[in-house]
Structure formats: structure tokens, C-alpha cells
Ligand binder design. Structure first.
Ligand SMILES: N[C@@H](CCC(=O)N[C@@H](CS)C(=O)NCC(=O)O)C(=O)O
Length: 222
């Protein structure tokens, strides 16, 4: 059986969790915080989460895992359509990860854990997020899903990345990030109403106290 390493607060882990739920793929969850211990590195090349253990070996990187799951199971295809349509989904996944998720991540410590980030970093992140959401706005169709009339892997990535990035933008810059991409808020509402998304959100809320305690310990050690 597939084994998914990660924890329920992680947005990357939740992307895979949601993809599995939508596709009806069963797996065993192995609750793991990212770490660089020899034990975990022997399983997961990067020490990050998520990692997916299969009968043939372990896969890392969320977009790669999503593509694998989509090839494994035909149920609810997440990267489908013509070659151009499939490329568009991959393009949006890449834009969202590189220009939304990664810049926002540079400010997570201040936005969520009270550990200040350098002013220059915040300036760079603010500019990057505005450019990123405008890039999404130009590339997306929001009709109503990000790449057309079917839910895709790019919607899953957008849901979890843009939600966190929006919190960063609101908390640190008082910017309403999703307002920069017409159709984005409507899409978020559609996605958040899905029963599978609500299950992931419930698990996420339940896992938050343990993760906060883990982080408090980790920051105290530094
Ligand atoms: N590019 C990776 C990123 C995964 C990632 O950064 N996961 C976070 C948890 S949400 C993590 O493991 N962070 C620990 C670290 O960066 O060392 C992916 O697509 O899966």
C-alpha cells in the first residue's frame, strides 16, 4: 500500500492528501515532520514532506507525486485534456509554486510564528507576491477552475499555496492578494466547499496544536 509521509498542517502534504481523496486512492499516513535525520533521509531524499512510498521506491516533490498518482489511477484525472491543456495545467502549477508559494514562504516565520523577517526581505516578498498573483491572473482562466471547467492539479496547488500567501500578504502588507486576480476568490469558495477539502481542513485544524508545540520547542533550541 502507498504510504504518505508528512503532517496535516503542511500545505504541500495537504495537496497530495486532497489529490488522493479526489481520486479515491487509499494510503497509509505516516505522520512525519520534515527532518534531516539519517533515518528519514534514507527514506526521503530531501528530508522534506510530502514523500510517497510506493512498492517500487519513494517519490518526493509534490508536483511529481501528483503526476504519478494521476498516471496510477484514472479516477478524477487531474492533468487531462489536449497536450496544450495539460501543459497549461503544468504551467499554472509552476507559476503558483515559484511565484506565490516560494516568495510567501520567506515570510512564514513572521506571519505565523512571530519570528521577525528582515525588512529588505519583506520588501522583496511584497513585490514578488504582487507580480506573482498578476502572473496567475494573466495565465489562469478561472472558468471557474484555474485552467478551465474541470478541477485540476493546478487548482489543488492554488488552493493551498494562495491561501497561505494571502494570509502572509494580509498580515504583513495589508494587501488583499486574491483581489488582484479576478475570479480567484470565487474559485477559492468553490474549492473550499468541496467535502474532500473540508475533511483536509478539519484534520489541519486538529493537528495545529501539536505542530505549534513542536515549533515552540524547535525555536527554543535555536
Ligand atoms: N518542493 C517541495 C517542497 C516541500 C516543502 O517545502 N515542504 C515543507 C513542509 S510544508 C518542508 O518539508 N519544509 C521543511 C524544509 O524546507 O526543510 C515539494 O514540492 O514537495
Amino acid at each position: 500500500m502507498l504510504k504518505l509521509y508528512g503532517f496535516d498542517v503542511s500545505n504541500y502534504y495537504n495537496m497530495i492528501k486532497l489529490a488522493m481523496a479526489l481520486k479515491g486512492i487509499e494510503y497509509e499516513a505516516v505522520i512525519t515532520y520534515p527532518n534531516q535525520t539519517p533515518e528519514y533521509l534514507a527514506i526521503c531524499a530531501t528530508g522534506k514532506v510530502p514523500a510517497l512510498s510506493t512498492d517500487e521506491g519513494v517519490l518526493v516533490e509534490t508536483n511529481v507525486i501528483m503526476e504519478y498518482l494521476d498516471e496510477l489511477s484514472p479516477e478524477c484525472p487531474l492533468i487531462s485534456g489536449s497536450a496544450y491543456e495539460r501543459a497549461k495545467i503544468r504551467e499554472l502549477m509552476k507559476i503558483v509554486e515559484i511565484y506565490i508559494e516560494l516568495p510567501a514562504r520567506r515570510c512564514h516565520t513572521e506571519a505565523f510564528w512571530g519570528v521577525p523577517v528582515h525588512e529588505q526581505t519583506k520588501k522583496e516578498v511584497k513585490r514578488a507576491l504582487l507580480n506573482g498573483i498578476q502572473a496567475v491572473s494573466r495565465a489562469a482562466s478561472f472558468s471557474p477552475y484555474i485552467a478551465g471547467d474541470k478541477i485540476s492539479a493546478a487548482d489543488i496547488m492554488f488552493l493551498y499555496s494562495a491561501s497561505l500567501a494571502s494570509s502572509v500578504a494580509k498580515k504583513l502588507f495589508d494587501i488583499d492578494l486574491l483581489a488582484e486576480a479576478p475570479g480567484a476568490k470565487e474559485l477559492m469558495a468553490i474549492l473550499k466547499a468541496l467535502p474532500e477539502v473540508q475533511v483536509v481542513a478539519k484534520d489541519q485544524a486538529a493537528a495545529q496544536p501539536a505542530f505549534s508545540a513542536y515549533l515552540a520547542k524547535a525555536f527554543a533550541k535555536q
